[in-house]
Design a protein around this ligand. Sequence first.
Ligand code: DC
Length: 231
Amino acid sequence: MSAAPVMTLDGPGGAGKGTLASALARELGWWLLDSGALYRLVGLVALRDGLDAALPTDCATAVAASRGLDIVFEPDRGAGQRVRLAGEDVTDIIRSDAVSDAASKWAVQPAIREALLARQRDFASAPGLIADGRDMGTVIFPDADLKLYITASAEERARRRFAQLSDQHVDANLDRIYREILERDARDASREVAPLKPAVDAHVIDTTGESVTTSLDKVRRLVREKGWIHA
Ligand code: DC
């Protein structure tokens, strides 16, 4: 494994780890791995190609596609990063509900997780890596220097998603979002391979009712203890 320092942020969707991870990557000047985006790209390709996870031949096609994904993550002005698949900007489409659902379904497939493993580990290089996902601290980077598990109540995560969709003028139903979050959580936590759970040595941070600034301050305290920032 790489000698570059690695910090992992795991947790359920909507807990705020993406926001925290990109803020930290910017602040430290480190690489950022948004592993969820990789699963979303697999979901997008599978949707476009009409692949069915229940069919072994389709699974083999999806595994081959996962190994060969031509991906570029580009730093975006402001927040996050833009994602290109074979040159096409898919940043927005991979956030759609259809792709979220497909990603969650394909992410339960052990062969898909295996196909993405080496690619994820390759992100660990100097000066350091912030890895955002579900199994960063438990499976991909078990020797990470600092592990966080970022969580929030399902109600709060549903409210955040609803607000985000409303901001984008997308028609949304809070109850339906809440039910989908519960379904996705159950699927992510109950799968046999790399289920969603905190690593034994992870610091658990609950962002329910907290502003991003407050959560970021908590995380910064831990980063400062590591000597990675001094201010
Ligand atoms: O974090 P996200 O919502 O972008 O993740 C999309 C899907 O991929 C979600 O269903 C969980 C899954 N995922 C995973 O299984 N392992 C990861 N390391 C990251 C995401």
